[in-house]
Ligand binder design. Structure first.
Ligand SMILES: C[S@@+](CC[C@H](N)C(=O)[O-])C[C@H]1O[C@@H](n2cnc3c(N)ncnc32)[C@H](O)[C@@H]1O
Length: 393
């Protein structure tokens, strides 16, 4: 019998997770992180709507504010090619969704299910947008490394930084994330792995890579074809790892029932692309279409042998009465003040009567009462293993 020599990740997280969360709250870590992101977004937006010589560009500022109703009311439509839509989306949503994803990571940690490995964690975010989820993952793990360094018995949580992988279609979003990552000295993401989620098919990518390796062995190394095929089978590491992930994220991407139904094949591929024990996390709103969206996702997860994670709440409350919310409010006020000194904003205010908190300094920040999460764990199978259906006579 094999004797365990160290704690499993789950047990280690159960032991060290509460210490990490207590340290974060004692040192106001989240508040600092939210504040520095809000300041970065403010500076980035101001820079985007400024002239090269300094000072705001009236035309650019007008286009930017004209986009605000779009990113508030039509954010699940294909609006991101419109001028300043990416900047407007980041301005309105990035910081709030960033802190929501911290909530998700904390919830996973509390149940000992946060994906952690000694080697780099492969994290894929589908429909990355301005990267609220990937930025939260990066910062959360950065804090965990700092914590682990100084905490006896938790040093194993000092893991290699995660690899942030992205699927994002909008050129403007890709450009924004590249610049914002550079601007804030982050390790990325700098470019997506692919642009369209449609056609996401890791098994096909692995077959293609395997075939390329076979050709290379034949062309460059003079292998016969049977020898090359045999060699590639032995050297599985070169192609089996392609498009396999420990953590796949859909944050505000699957927002319509049709999106899920039309992308069933790609979603199935995501569940099957999980490394052993990997997680898929879906985050979105609650109410309206969401129960049906989650029902469809649940069906796809089941067919792929992924199980719903126990202990993670279905919904998390959003808090608009804390210091983090004040940081977001300050971000809104600073941009509106700057633009209003240049051009009247009465028209845009009229189009946003229900978003008074965005432009009226005396209205506190508001938003949805809660957001929803579903988390699924993939099976603990080695890469390449296929499940065969049990045949019963
Ligand atoms: C509503 S935003 C969500 C952004 C971010 N994940 C968040 O939580 O705020 C959806 C993003 O998905 C991208 N997108 C939409 N359809 C896509 C597709 N078929 N393939 C890749 N990206 C897509 C859009 O460009 C947009 O940036």
């Amino acid at each position: 019998m094999i004797r365990r020599t160290q704690l499993s990740w789950r047990r280690l997280l159960t032991k060290c997770g509460p210490l990490f969360l207590a340290r974060n709250s004692q040192l106001n870590i989240r508040i600092h992180r939210v504040k520095s992101l809000a300041v970065a977004v403010r500076d980035y937006v101001l820079r985007s709507i400024s002239q090269e010589t300094g000072g705001l560009n009236v035309e650019a500022a007008k286009q930017f504010v004209d986009r605000l109703p779009d990113v508030l009311k039509r954010c699940d439509e294909n609006i991101y090619g419109l001028p300043f839509a990416a900047e407007a989306y980041a301005f309105v949503h990035l910081v709030d969704r960033y802190r929501r994803f911290w909530d998700v990571l904390e919830a996973l940690l509390r149940v000992g299910a946060l994906p952690v490995r000694e080697t780099a964690l492969d994290v894929l975010d589908v429909g990355t947008g301005p990267a609220p989820a990937l930025y939260a993952v990066n910062d959360f793990f950065e804090e965990m490394r700092t914590f682990a360094t100084g905490t006896a018995d938790c040093q194993r949580l000092h893991t290699v930084p995660p690899r942030l992988r992205s699927i994002e279609d909008s050129k403007a979003m890709i450009h924004l994330v590249h610049n914002l990552s550079e601007f804030t000295g982050r390790p990325g993401p700098f470019r997506p792995d692919r642009t369209k989620f449609e056609g996401f098919d890791p098994p096909a990518a692995r077959v293609a890579k395997r075939e390329r390796l076979i050709e290379e062995l034949i062309d460059v190394w003079d292998y016969s074809e049977p020898e090359a095929r045999f060699q590639v089978q032995i050297d599985q590491a070169d192609w089996q790892g392609i498009d396999r992930y420990h953590f796949c994220i859909f944050s505000n991407f699957l927002t319509r029932v049709d999106d899920v139904l039309q992308r069933e094949s790609e979603l199935t591929h995501v569940f099957r692309a999980l490394k052993p024990g990997g997680l898929v996390v879906v985050v979105g709103g609650s109410g309206s279409d969401y129960p049906r969206i989650y029902e469809s996702i649940e069906g796809i997860a089941k067919k792929s042998n992924a199980r719903r994670l126990g202990g993670v709440p279905n919904t998390i409350r959003c808090d608009y009465h804390n210091v983090e919310a004040e940081q977001i409010k300050q971000l809104y006020c600073s941009i509106f003040n700057a633009v209003e000194q240049l051009t009247p904003l009465d028209d845009v205010k009229k189009t946003l009567p229900r978003n008074r908190d965005l432009w009226d300094p005396s209205t506190p920040l508001r938003g949805p009462r809660e957001f929803s999460i579903r988390a699924y764990r993939g099976p603990n199978r080695p890469p390449g293993t296929r499940f065969t259906r049990q045949v019963t006579c």
